[in-house]
Design a protein around this ligand. Structure first.
Ligand code: HEC
Length: 485
């Protein structure tokens, strides 16, 4: 049986091909520095920064203390800066002397509270003890060169191969196109003429990048595979990271904004869907009704429900206020579900949901069931469109709700189609022979589609004729990597 697991794995595998080339080139200068062999065991083992301390700091501190967002002028992702401290001018770490290290003073618990992590529960006693021992033992950074942060806004990634593209989104004013890159989101002019901004954060892999309803902010879900999930909120005009929210140990998927602009929901590979509140930066919503990865999310028109799709083949409706599962929107009749679901988009003005996945046929469902469930029914289904070749990775409504677009991948070829919502007729179809398509978006005026995927090029396609208006790499690719000085 073909399941959604296969597609996501394939996508990940494909990204790795692109990334390994890049990583290889990027660590050229540090590659000769080998990881120090562990000292022979004598007494209690030394505390390792890489193994014991960094995971704590990544989850609890880096969100506010990194190059893109250095609260208090303090950066903790780079060893020298972490020792030096921030605007207080006091060294944060004095190797060998935890008592003289400001960082210790910030994390110790007095009367049940600690200064850092700011606004969050204190570190646990064993964690604090580990940090203390690490400083007492000399506060060495034993991270291998490949695990040290290599990129930030001042040193953006240099691409030796085109990255696989997983997300495109037009700004509501039609001026810009946000494209997922490696370690960054690229903001291109909507006509592809120019790269306007590069938003470089900590996450290596970007799964989704979505403009807020007012277009001022960008929600980015991603992470470092096998280590950390991260949601970033950027101020687009200022090119500033407003929030870095870390969750779990793997990449996050399918970020979506509530129409009222107050919340961002995202799917997690621990089968949960969560949402944060923008004003407080806190998680306010959590639901675990799915039993496989949640790959995409959206909100109801009134921002009072979250709708999710998952590799478990179902589309679920969840009440936002109570965080309770309400209903399976897709049929739950055995045999009715056909493979994992990858993408969901809501009609611009109605609670109707467009869903796409492994069976290739985009479908529109009513959000709320108006008949009692009968075994064997699929009563929320409003329309099923003819299947695209292969699996559908992304679906989108046009902003007037009259048409839908879907992209697919089969045997290394991509296809994009537009269908009319009223009668299901195919309006347009275009093929991309050089690789599967993973993401599609309508321009604000509905005349152009942006689609992208395996070959790393963004294609702007005329939504009526299917003619490819422009194909471009959002970043310079294939340039020699600058030699280390
Ligand atoms: C939610 C954001 C946030 C998180 C998370 C956070 N900090 Fe901070 N940190 C700040 C801010 C803001 C300041 C500036 C002083 C203030 O406002 O309290 C600061 C200041 C500091 C300073 C003083 C820097 C200087 O020299 O002025 C240290 C040290 C520090 N933080 C350590 C940590 C450590 C260690 C963690 C994780 C255990 C952490 N912080 C987590 C926001 C945060």
């Amino acid at each position: 049986m073909v399941t959604g697991g296969g597609l996501t794995r394939m996508k990940r595998y494909l990204s790795v091909i692109g990334l390994s080339l890049l990583t290889f080139a990027a660590i050229g200068d540090g590659g000769s520095r080998s990881v120090r062999a562990a000292d022979p065991p004598a007494g209690p083992a030394n505390v390792s920064y890489f193994r014991d301390i960094r995971p704590i700091f990544q989850a609890q501190c880096h969100g506010c203390h990194q190059p893109a967002k250095s609260s208090g002028g303090y950066v903790m992702t780079v060893a020298d800066a972490m020792r030096k401290g921030g605007e207080s001018g006091t060294p944060a770490i004095v190797p060998g002397q935890p008592d003289k290290s400001e960082l210790m003073a910030q994390i110790v618990v007095t009367n049940g509270q600690a200064l850092m992590p700011k606004g969050k529960p204190a570190l646990t006693a064993p964690q604090i003890e580990l940090v203390k021992r690490w400083i007492a033992e000399g506060a060495n950074d034993d991270s291998p060169a490949s695990a040290r942060p290599q990129f930030d806004m001042q040193r953006p990634p240099v691409y030796s191969a085109a990255p696989v593209l997983t997300s495109v989104d037009f700004s509501p004013d039609g001026q810009f196109l946000a494209v997922s890159g490696y370690h960054e989101v690229l903001i291109a002019k909507a006509d592809g003429s120019e790269l306007a901004a590069r938003l470089v954060g900590l996450s290596e892999r970007i799964e989704s990048a979505k403009f807020s309803p007012d277009g001022k902010r960008l929600a980015v879900s991603g992470g470092s595979p096998g280590r950390l999930g991260e949601l970033q909120i950027w101020d687009v005009a200022e090119k500033k990271l407003g929030l870095s929210y870390t969750v779990g140990y793997d990449t996050l998927y399918g970020a979506s904004w509530s129409p009222n602009g107050k919340f961002v929901a995202f799917g997690c590979p621990d089968n949960t869907v969560r949402a944060i509140e923008l004003e407080t930066g806190k998680q306010v919503f959590f639901n675990g009704a799915h039993n496989d990865w949640v790959l995409d999310t959206t909100f109801s028109v009134n921002s009072d429900h979250v709708i999710t799709v998952s590799r478990d083949m179902s589309t679920k409706l969840i009440d936002f206020g109570t965080q309770r599962f309400i209903d399976n929107i897709t049929s739950i009749t055995p045999g009715a579900l056909k493979g994992g679901l990858n993408s969901v988009d809501r009609h611009p003005t109605k609670d109707e949901l467009l869903v796409g996945g492994a069976d290739g046929a985009p479908k529109i469902f009513k959000m709320v069931r108006d008949k009692a469930r009968q075994i064997g029914d699929n009563s929320n289904l409003i329309r099923e469109f003819p299947a695209l070749p292969g699996r559908v990775y992304c679906v989108a409504f046009s902003r007037d709700g009259q048409r839908i677009a879907a992209v697919s991948s089969l045997d290394g070829k991509g296809e994009v189609r537009v269908y009319s919502v009223t009668d299901g007729a195919q309006v347009m179809r275009a093929e991309v022979p050089s690789g599967g398509l993973f993401t599609v978006a309508f321009s604000a005026d509905g005349k152009t589609l942006a689609c992208a995927g395996f070959d790393g090029q963004v294609r702007l396609v005329d939504a009526a004729s299917g003619q490819i208006v422009k194909a471009f790499f959002p970043v310079p690719v294939g340039q020699p990597v600058a030699a280390a000085k």
